[in-house]
Ligand binder design. Structure first.
Ligand SMILES: *Cc1c(COP(=O)(O)O)cnc(C)c1O
Length: 398
């Protein structure tokens, strides 16, 4: 039997071993190459590397052995040829957009986006002569109308933060490709394990590694995945010269995170379904949104695109901000925090935190009301989480 290539390994094996390269010491855990530069045995070697005629590292803004291991592992997991790590998820989103856009281009996105993604589309890109149109992500006709021949790029987050709207990836990708636009999918909420955007036509996938990939609340990071052609035509030079590079130390943390990603995500999703069912059946909430439950307005689409409903639940508490704050302040196990995908369950009040920079009418349009709370379900025992929520919900009415 001939040895299998890493790309032929099954997913769990790729998560643990993909991209690993060992130094002469034969270390089992990937080494942290905490170095900014590299030395050359001869001036000719340096010249060849700079000319691109010899392989090898030159400077860690461009590439670093630990970061390269993380990138190769991510590429193997996603099934795309190129992965480039960035310092944060937002650096990945920004670079994926900026590297290909120029004045006169149009970008189409959904209104429901992670707050900073929406800020880039609405506030930053227009300053450079790029037009942005935002549509209701669940409305297929609205996407078709907005994606016109001048459209260069379509930006999608699904499920979207915080209301867990699902975008029909196949529909939007085919509308985009019909006018020659590229599609970027921010796949943070689904993780690479639950949803493969390229199966539905996406061209570029971005992650915040800060979320499930680290998954233990330790480090910021991001990654952009794309084709060789997109990398050569757009991304490579943009990243080299603007330098949103991931630190080797953070890359090492992300490598360790990937080793347990499928165990953690499975457990989080199991917990999330149990907690969502409890919340929905409690009768104490105005609304419980979880794509894995049949009462989610886009449950069927979510289940076509994702393996499970994910690890995030959004609820509306009756009684507005005061009631939502009373619930948060009564939590004993779940932390009040705006991160997500963490081993620890975290709850946040979007309208006063992650989405406070949106105008009130824009928030209401997205279904973010004063009683909305977002829960990122972690790895604790689901019964403890349910008991914590049960006692905290008893404080909803003053
Ligand atoms: C967190 C997040 C980001 C930004 O990632 P950072 O690592 O915080 O910069 C982008 N998109 C989504 C959907 C996120 O949840």
């Amino acid at each position: 039997m001939t040895a299998k290539k890493p790309s032929e390994w099954r997913l769990a094996t790729r998560l643990v071993r993909g991209g690993t390269k060992r130094s002469d010491f034969g270390e089992t855990s990937e080494a942290i190459f905490m170095t900014s530069g590299f030395r050359y045995d001869a001036a000719e070697v340096a010249a060849d590397r700079f000319a691109g005629t010899a392989d090898g590292f030159t400077y860690s803004r461009l590439s670093n052995p630990t970061v390269a291991m993380f990138e190769e592992r991510m590429a193997l997991i996603e099934g795309l040829p190129v992965a480039k790590a960035t310092a944060t998820g937002m650096a990945a989103v920004n670079a994926a957009l900026m590297c290909q856009l120029r004045a006169g281009d149009k970008v189409v996105g959904a209104k429901a986006l992670f707050g900073s993604c929406r800020y880039i589309l609405e506030q930053i890109l227009p300053r450079f002569g790029i037009t942005t149109e935002l549509v209701t992500g669940s409305d297929n006709d609205a996407w078709t109308r907005a994606i016109t021949p001048g459209t260069k790029t379509v930006f999608i987050e699904t499920p979207a933060n915080p209301t867990l709207d699902v975008v029909d990836l196949a529909h939007v990708c085919s509308a985009a490709h019909a006018v020659g636009a590229t599609v970027i999918v921010d796949n943070v909420f689904a993780t690479p394990l639950l949803q493969r955007p390229t199966d539905f036509g996406a061209d570029i996938v971005v992650y915040s590694g800060t979320k499930h990939i680290d998954g233990q609340g330790r480090a910021l990071g991001g990654v952009i995945l794309c084709s060789e052609a997109f990398f050569e035509d757009h991304l490579n030079q943009y990243l080299r010269h603007t330098g949103p590079t991931m630190s080797p130390f953070n890359a090492w943390i992300m490598l360790k995170g990937l080793e347990t990603l499928d165990l953690r995500v499975q457990r989080m999703c199991d917990n999330a379904l149990k907690v969502a069912n409890f919340l929905a059946e409690s009768g104490k909430l105005e609304r419980v949104l979880y794509p894995g439950r049949r009462d989610h307005p886009q449950h069927d689409l979510a289940m076509r695109q994702m393996k499970t409903g994910g690890s995030v639940i959004t609820i509306d508490v009756p009684g507005g901000r005061d009631a939502a704050f009373r619930l948060l302040n009564a939590l004993e196990i779940i932390d009040i925090s705006n991160n997500l995908g963490d081993a620890k369950s975290l709850m946040t009040h979007p309208s006063s935190t992650t989405h406070r920079s949106l105008a009130e009418d824009a928030r209401l349009e997205l279904g973010i009301i004063e009683g909305t709370l977002r829960l990122s379900v972690g790895l604790e025992d689901s019964d403890d989480l349910i008991e914590d929520l049960e006692q905290a919900m008893s404080r909803i009415s003053a």
